[in-house]
Write a protein that binds this ligand. Structure first.
Ligand code: PEP
Ligand code: MG
Length: 755
C-alpha cells in the first residue's frame, strides 16, 4: 500500500472524528476530501453528489480548482465520473485522458492528472454519488487502495443519506438520496394507502463502522461464517428437504456460496480496511446489490439474489437473530416493503396496522397477492430495487389503482392523495349502504352476486358485503400458505368454519387446484415445460386419489346435516367428471357405513375452463348439478396467452367477440339443460365486463370481495333487457374491431352506469 499516513484504519478513525465535529456540512466535506487525499497520497480527492435532476455535482475537492465546487455539474452518464455512477462499479485508470469516456471540464483544471480512481458512493444498492482520487503520475491504484476508497465512500453515503447536504443545494438540485421518489410497478391488490415504511427484512442500521480491535472483528466474522455454514448443513440434513425438490436446490446453492472463497475473501478484505464485521458485510452486500440491479441475465440475477439473502443471514448472525419489527413496533398505517414474500409471512403481521405492500417481485396471480386482496391491503409489485428505495419510517404512498409508489412525497402529492382516499371512503360508504338492497337490475332481473374466498380471513366479507354466498372457495389456499400438508382434521375444521360463517348461504367448495403454477412448498415439484397445461388440479387428483379422497371426506363431514356444493377444477372430458364424482359417491358410502351424519344434499359440479369442454356441454350438463365458468383459465387457453406473463397477458382483450361468443355458448347450453351456471373468474369483478356478462345472459357472478360493492352498484342501475338488446348483436356484427370494450363503455356512459 502506498499510503503513508497510517493506512485506511487511521483514515477511518480520523473520518469518525470529523463526523463528530460541530462544523458546517461544507466544512466537514472539505475536511474529508483533504483527509482522504493525504491518506491515499493522492493529489486530488473529489466528491460528486447525485442530484434529483439526475446530474452529478462537484460538492468538494482537494486538488482541483476550488471555484469549480458547486459549479461543475455532469450529466449522469457524462465522463468517467458518470461512468462510475451509471455502472455503480469502481474505475481504475492509469491514463484517464485516453479513456473514450473522458470528458474535459476546463474549470476544474484536471488536465494535468493522469491516473484516476473513482468509486460509487452506494447505499442499499443505490448510487448516491462518486468519490474520486487522482494523481499526476501514470499509475494504477492497487487493490487495497480501491478497497480503502470504497470503505471511505460508505461513510460519505451515510452523510448524504442523513440529509445533511441538502442545505448546500440549489432548489430543484437537491441530493437524490433523500428526495421524493416516484416508481411504478404492477397492481397486485387494488387500493390506496398512505403510511410509513416498514422493511420486511430491515437493513441493519450500523452504528459502528470502524473496528477498534481488528483481530476481534476477524474472529467475529469467522465465527458468524462458521455458524452460517453449520446452520445450512443442518438444514440440508433435515428430513423434509433431504428428498430433493426446489427448496433443497436453493439451500444447496446457498451452501455453495457460503463456502465460496471469493465471497469470504471479499468480506475479510473489507474488514482488513478497518471496518467492523457488520460494516464489512454491508460493504459487500452493497456491491452485490448494485451488480444485481445492473444485471439483465435472469440466471445471474437469481444467483445474486441468493448471495444477497446469504448476506442477510450473515448479518443476522452478527447482530442478533431477529430484526423483524415486533407487532408493538409496527407503526399505525404500516406499509411493508420486501423483495419477495410468501403469503404466510404477510399473515404474520398485525393486519389492523397494515395498509400497504410493495414488492420487488410478485405478480397479481401470486399467492401473496391473493392474501393481500383478502386482507384489503393496497399492493404493488415489480418495483425495481424496492427494499432500497426507502428507509424505515419514511412517508410513502401506495397507489394500487395506477401502480404508483411515492416515497417521501411532496406536500402537494400527499394532499391530493389524502383527498382521493377520502373520496374512496365516501364511495365505500355508498356501497355499504347498498348492502341490504336486493340485488336486482333496474328492470327487475335478480342477479345472484357471490364472493370468491379461500381463507378464514375472507369470511367476514360474506356479511359485510351482503353477498348471497361464496361462489368459489379456492381450497388450495389453505394448502399453499402452510409449511406442511394440512392434516385432514385441519381441513375439516376450516370447512366447518366456512359453512358456519355462511349460515344459510351456499358455499361452492372447489377441490384442490394445485400443481402447475400453484406449487406447494413442501411437495416434490415436477419440472414441467408448460405447467399451466401440465399435471395439475383434477388430473393430479385423479392420478393420486389419496389426497382428493381425504379432502372430499373432510368436505362431506363438514357438510354433515346441511347442504354442500363440491366443484372440480380443470375438467377436460366428461369421463374425468364421472371419475371424480365416483369418489364422492364412494366417500358417502364409507361415511354412511361408519355412522357419520351425511349432508342433507350434495350438489356436484365443475368449472368450465378448458376449451375442449365447450364441445361436450350436452353430455356434461346431463351429469352435473351446476357449472361455473373459470374465465381466467378459459381466456388463457382460448387465446394461448400465459395469464401470469405480463408481456402477453394484456395483448388481447377479454371483452372480445371470440371470448364473449364462447361465454354465450356456455350460458345458452346451461339454460337449455336447466342447469345453474355462474362465472367466477376475474372478469366478473370488473364492472364493464360484468355488464357484458349480464347482457349475454349470466345471472350468477362470483366476484372478489372488494369488487362486490362496485358490481352491485352497476347491477342496480342497469336495465338488463336494454343491455342485451344493445350488446348481444355486437357479438355477431360482421366487420369492426374484435374488442367491444369501447362500445360497452359507450353504453355505460349513455345509461349513466357507475363504473
Ligand atoms: C379461473 O380460472 O377463472 C378461476 C376462477 O380459477 P383460478 O383463478 O383459481 O385458476
Ligand atoms: Mg382456473
Amino acid at each position: 500500500m502506498r499510503s503513508t499516513s497510517g493506512g485506511p484504519r487511521v483514515l477511518l478513525r480520523r473520518l469518525r472524528e470529523t463526523m463528530a465535529e460541530q462544523v458546517s456540512a461544507q466544512e466537514r466535506l472539505d475536511k474529508i476530501v483533504v483527509l482522504i487525499a493525504a491518506n491515499m497520497v493522492a493529489e486530488v480527492c473529489s466528491t460528486y453528489v447525485l442530484r434529483v435532476d439526475n446530474t452529478l455535482e462537484l460538492y468538494a475537492t482537494e486538488g482541483l480548482n476550488r471555484e469549480a465546487v458547486h459549479q461543475t455539474v455532469l450529466n449522469a452518464h457524462e465522463g468517467l465520473v458518470g461512468l462510475v455512477a451509471s455502472e455503480a462499479t469502481p474505475l481504475n485508470l492509469s491514463d484517464a485522458q485516453s479513456h473514450p469516456a473522458f470528458s474535459f471540464r476546463p474549470e476544474t483544471g484536471e488536465e494535468i492528472y493522469h491516473s484516476f480512481l473513482g468509486v460509487p458512493i452506494l447505499r442499499a444498492g443505490n448510487t448516491l454519488g462518486v468519490l474520486v482520487v487522482q494523481n499526476r503520475a501514470k499509475r494504477t491504484y492497487v487493490e487495497e487502495e480501491v478497497e480503502a476508497l470504497q470503505t471511505t465512500a460508505m461513510v460519505l453515503a451515510e452523510m448524504i443519506a442523513s440529509g445533511e447536504l441538502s442545505a448546500l443545494a440549489q432548489p430543484g438540485a437537491e441530493p437524490a438520496a433523500r428526495h421524493s421518489i416516484h416508481k411504478t410497478g404492477a397492481i397486485l391488490s387494488d387500493g390506496i394507502a398512505l403510511g410509513h415504511v416498514v422493511l420486511h427484512e430491515p437493513r441493519v442500521v450500523i452504528t459502528n463502522y470502524i473496528a477498534e480491535d481488528l483481530p476481534k472483528e476477524i474472529k467475529r466474522l469467522d465465527a458468524a461464517l462458521a455458524k452460517l455454514r453449520a446452520d445450512l448443513d443442518r438444514l440440508l440434513e433435515r428430513g423434509d428437504v433431504a428428498d430433493g425438490g426446489e427448496h433443497r436446490e436453493v439451500l444447496e446453492a446457498y451452501r455453495m456460496f457460503a463456502n465460496d472463497h471469493g465471497w469470504s475473501h471479499r468480506l475479510h478484505e473489507a474488514v482488513a480496511t478497518g471496518l467492523t464485521a457488520e460494516a464489512a458485510v454491508e460493504r459487500v452486500q452493497s456491491d452485490t446489490r448494485a451488480r444485481m440491479l445492473r444485471s439483465t441475465d435472469p440466471y445471474l440475477r437469481d444467483r445474486l439474489h441468493d448471495l444477497e439473502d446469504l448476506g442477510h443471514r450473515l448479518m443476522r448472525q452478527l447482530v442478533g437473530q431477529n430484526h423483524a419489527p415486533s407487532r408493538e413496533q409496527l407503526p399505525d398505517n404500516a406499509i411493508l416493503i420486501a423483495r419477495s414474500m410468501g403469503p404466510a409471512a404477510l399473515l404474520d403481521y398485525d393486519r389492523t396496522r397494515l395498509r400497504g405492500l410493495v414488492l420487488e417481485e410478485g405478480t397479481a396471480n401470486s399467492h401473496v397477492s391473493i392474501v393481500a386482496r383478502a386482507l384489503g391491503i393496497a399492493a404493488v409489485g415489480e418495483v425495481p430495487n424496492a427494499p432500497g428505495i426507502a428507509d424505515p419510517g419514511d412517508a410513502i404512498i401506495v397507489d394500487a389503482t395506477s401502480g404508483s409508489i411515492y416515497v417521501r412525497p411532496s406536500a402537494e402529492v400527499e394532499a391530493a392523495y389524502g383527498e382521493r382516499v377520502r373520496f374512496r371512503a365516501r364511495r365505500q360508504a355508498q356501497y355499504s349502504a347498498l348492502r341490504d338492497l336486493a340485488c336486482v337490475t333496474k328492470d327487475g332481473q335478480p342477479i345472484d352476486l357471490m364472493i370468491n374466498a379461500g381463507l378464514a380471513i375472507d369470511l367476514p366479507h360474506i356479511d359485510d358485503t351482503g353477498s348471497s354466498g361464496i361462489g368459489l372457495f379456492r381450497t388450495e389456499l389453505q394448502f399453499m400458505i402452510g409449511q406442511s400438508l394440512p392434516r385432514s382434521s385441519d381441513q375439516l375444521a376450516l370447512y366447518r368454519t366456512v359453512l358456519d360463517a355462511a349460515g344459510s348461504k351456499p358455499v361452492t367448495f372447489r377441490t384442490l387446484d394445485i400443481g402447475g403454477d400453484k406449487a406447494l412448498p413442501y411437495m416434490e415439484t415436477v419440472v414441467e415445460e408448460n405447467p399451466a397445461l401440465g399435471w395439475r388440479a383434477i388430473r393430479l387428483g385423479l392420478d393420486r386419489p389419496g389426497l382428493l379422497r381425504s379432502q372430499i371426506r373432510a368436505l362431506l363431514r363438514a357438510g354433515g346435516g346441511r347442504s354442500l356444493r363440491i366443484m372440480f377444477p380443470m375438467i377436460s372430458e366428461v369421463a374425468e367428471f364421472d371419475a371424480a364424482k365416483a369418489i364422492v359417491e364412494r366417500e358417502l358410502t364409507y361415511l354412511r357405513q361408519h355412522g357419520h351424519t351425511l349432508p342433507e344434499r350434495v350438489d356436484v359440479g365443475t368449472m368450465v375452463e378448458v376449451p375442449a369442454l365447450l364441445y361436450q356441454l350436452d353430455e356434461l350438463l346431463k351429469k352435473v348439478d351446476f357449472i361455473s365458468v373459470g374465465s381466467n383459465d378459459l381466456f388463457q387457453f382460448l387465446y394461448a396467452v400465459d395469464r401470469g406473463n405480463s408481456k402477453v397477458s394484456d395483448r388481447f382483450d377479454t371483452l372480445s367477440t371470440p371470448i364473449l361468443r364462447a361465454l354465450r355458448h356456455i350460458v345458452r347450453k346451461a339454460k337449455a339443460a336447466n342447469r345453474s351456471v355462474s362465472l367466477c373468474g376475474e372478469m366478473a369483478s370488473q364492472p364493464l365486463s360484468a355488464l357484458a356478462l349480464i347482457a349475454i345472459g349470466y345471472r350468477a357472478l362470483s366476484v372478489s370481495a372488494v369488487s362486490h360493492g362496485p358490481i352491485k352498484a352497476m347491477i342496480l342501475e342497469v336495465d338488463a333487457a336494454k343491455a342485451e338488446a344493445a350488446i348481444l348483436p355486437l357479438l355477431d356484427a360482421p366487420a369492426g374491431s374484435v374488442s367491444i370494450r369501447h362500445k360497452l363503455a359507450e353504453f355505460a356512459e349513455a345509461h349513466g352506469l357507475s363504473l
